[in-house]
Design a protein. Structure first.
Length: 286
């Protein structure tokens, strides 16, 4: 069988915090059938429609098969599945370090995960940012605080990709933010200014064609970002001084933004992954 870059295990979204906080995952099927059900990207819809019709909030554990401790066998599905495909069965507990991402099913694009994207996920071990669901990794929070008790500076690394839908929904911050391009394919930031103007900024390595490696976004400007179409992934960073806290963040609601910036309706809809969530959870990044 050809090499598979990623496997997926479908789980209720409410179970994911407990799953990723433990060293291993052993669902009921492991005791009842001797294995954990997994699938490839093109099989996800079939599995959901067959076994999860009564559950609306589902997530995908994105598995790097090269990191699995247990044996994987490709076998025929249960008789209730009308499919001639072979499905991956994991014969043992799922070790936590083989899970390189947790993606909400509603945001999954049903695309293959390339070796390049898997390599970045495997190396950086990103988390998902609340509200935005952006793949990110906090790399520095100053131990020095300002008079308000906030860190004087913060830094993070982020990853945009389409196959696992990592974007930045439109949001604004109470402080300036500096973006840095690190590698991969270019990314595009769309900025919506209070006076009704909009601006597109492409971060990338091709400076001869107007791409920039660093850009400052002023406080109070709506910002949203994604991978430039046709790319595999974009690796970037954001720094802030004063540093990022959950209280400095406000996400936009699509309908209100479209009313204020009708010429940007397409990108606003594309990046509206937050629904009606506008604030970070209490205590996040404090």
């Amino acid at each position: 069988m050809a090499h598979i870059n990623a496997l997926f295990v479908i789980v209720p979204s409410a179970d994911t915090p407990a799953i990723v906080s433990n060293e291993s995952y052993a669902p009921a099927s492991l005791t009842q059938e001797g294995f954990i059900h997994a699938c490839e990207y093109h099989q996800v819809d079939d599995v959901v429609s067959q076994f999860f019709t009564d559950q609306s909030a589902l997530s995908l554990l994105v598995i790097d098969p090269t990191l699995l401790d247990a044996e994987v066998r490709y076998e025929a599905p249960s008789l209730s599945m009308n499919s001639t495909d072979l499905f991956a069965h994991i014969y043992g507990v799922l070790n936590r370090d083989a899970i390189v991402d947790v993606c909400e099913l509603v945001h999954f694009k049903h695309q293959p995960i390339t070796p390049q994207v898997m390599a970045v996920l495997r190396h950086y071990r990103f988390e998902r940012l609340p509200v935005e669901s952006t793949l990110f990794k906090s790399t520095w929070r100053s131990s020095c605080n300002n008079i308000l008790g906030e860190p004087v500076g913060t830094a993070m690394i982020g990853l945009y990709c389409d196959s696992l839908t990592s974007v930045s929904c439109f949001h604004k911050l109470t402080f300036d933010e500096v973006w840095h391009f690190y590698g991969g394919d270019p990314l595009e930031l769309t900025l919506l200014y209070p006076d009704g103007r909009s601006e597109q900024v492409v971060l990338g390595a091709d400076f001869a064609n107007g791409q920039v490696c660093q850009y400052r976004i002023p406080a109070g400007v709506w910002q949203g970002g994604c991978l430039v179409e046709g790319g595999q992934y974009a690796l970037f960073g954001c720094t802030m001084a004063p540093g990022f806290t959950g209280s400095c963040f406000t996400a936009g609601v699509a309908d209100a933004l479209i009313e204020a910036y009708p010429n940007e309706e397409k990108i606003i809809k594309k990046l509206s992954v937050n629904g009606h969530q506008t604030t970070m959870p209490d205590g996040f990044a404090t």
